[in-house]
Design a protein around this ligand. Structure first.
Ligand SMILES: NC(=O)c1ccc[n+]([C@@H]2O[C@H](COP(=O)([O-])OP(=O)(O)OC[C@H]3O[C@@H](n4cnc5c(N)ncnc54)[C@H](O)[C@@H]3O)[C@@H](O)[C@H]2O)c1
Length: 270
């Protein structure tokens, strides 16, 4: 159902790779709500993924950019404003990758070049996105910027490896840049801490299925799906949350506030 919440709004959506991607669902919902936006991903992901289908469905131009490369981001913001016909109202940073996780390096035997890549792609890139936007004055007053994160930033999940540090840093950038962009232009910056979700990035974490089932059993409302995450993003991109900023917002069915659930007790009581 559409509420026209983003009618006339312009934005950039990072990170749609395939139909399972959280960014894919956000793009579909943003389109339904009347937004115009560009889609972006790395040149490699554009070749490997199925983003052309989404681009046609949403009438959205695809602009290649590696989120770690400043020149790519400068071009992305410039071209997006030209294509969309003005400054932007929202940005979705739905990007994450750890070469250590991908190559199954144990946390106690990390490759430090990979580690730097993890931090650059998954955390520092948010700073690069915001700094580029600010330098170009590319965002309208009260624009809304969302990054996606996971609770491993606060608590240890052994298989999440160096992505845990990346998410802690990402959430800190949300607060720090959120302060500066708020003072300068009332721009809102938040992270959404999402339940485990069966996507390419999510399923890459070791033991994902057990992890997913455990979180589902622990959460009073059950795990939040990618579609539900998209609904939450639309709400935060809209004008209905103009005084929310610098927050890490849990979208996890109650998992982060639950000590133990009856479902988990039952599975140990047998
Ligand atoms: N899936 C989960 O369980 C889960 C839970 C909480 C948070 N998140 C976060 O949600 C976000 C989106 O992940 P997803 O689950 O939709 O998986 P996904 O694999 O569909 O999306 C990750 C995206 O990051 C892009 N990317 C990687 N390196 C990049 C680079 N250098 N430049 C630009 N883009 C790059 C990939 O191409 C891909 O499109 C990530 O930040 C992830 O950590 C996921």
């Amino acid at each position: 159902m559409s509420y026209n919440l983003l009618k006339g709004k312009r934005g950039i959506i990072f990170g749609a790779l395939d139909e399972k991607s959280i960014a894919w669902k956000v793009a579909q919902r943003a389109h339904e709500e009347g937004a115009h936006f560009t889609l972006t991903n790395t040149a490699l992901a554009l070749r490997m993924g199925t983003i052309n289908k989404l681009s046609e469905e949403c009438n959205a131009k695809i602009i290649a950019a590696d989120v770690t490369v400043l020149e790519d981001l400068e071009n992305l913001f410039k071209e997006s404003q030209e294509v969309l016909g003005g400054k932007l109202d929202f940005v979705l940073h739905s990007v994450g990758m750890s070469p250590n996780v991908r190559k199954k390096r144990p946390y106690t035997d990390l490759n430090y070049e990979f580690y730097q890549k993890t931090l650059d792609i998954s955390a520092m890139s948010l700073h690069k996105v915001l700094q580029t936007a600010m330098k170009q004055d590319a965002l309208n007053e009260s624009a809304s910027v969302i990054a996606l994160t996971y609770m491993a930033a606060q608590r240890t999940f052994p298989d999440y490896s160096d992505m845990a540090e990346a998410k802690a840093m990402l959430e800190s950038i949300v607060r720090s840049f959120g302060y500066h962009y708020g003072v300068a232009k009332k721009v809102r910056v938040y992270s959404i801490s999402q339940s485990p979700t069966a996507t390419t990035a999510g399923s890459g974490v070791g033991g994902f299925d057990a992890f997913f089932d455990y979180a589902d059993k622990m959460s009073p409302l059950g795990n939040a799906s990618a579609d539900e995450c998209a609904d939450y993003c639309i709400c935060l991109f809209s004008d209905l949350t103009k005084k929310v900023t610098m927050q890490n917002l849990f979208h996890d069915g109650g998992f982060s506030s639950t000590g133990i659930s009856a479902g988990i007790m039952d599975s140990f009581g047998k």
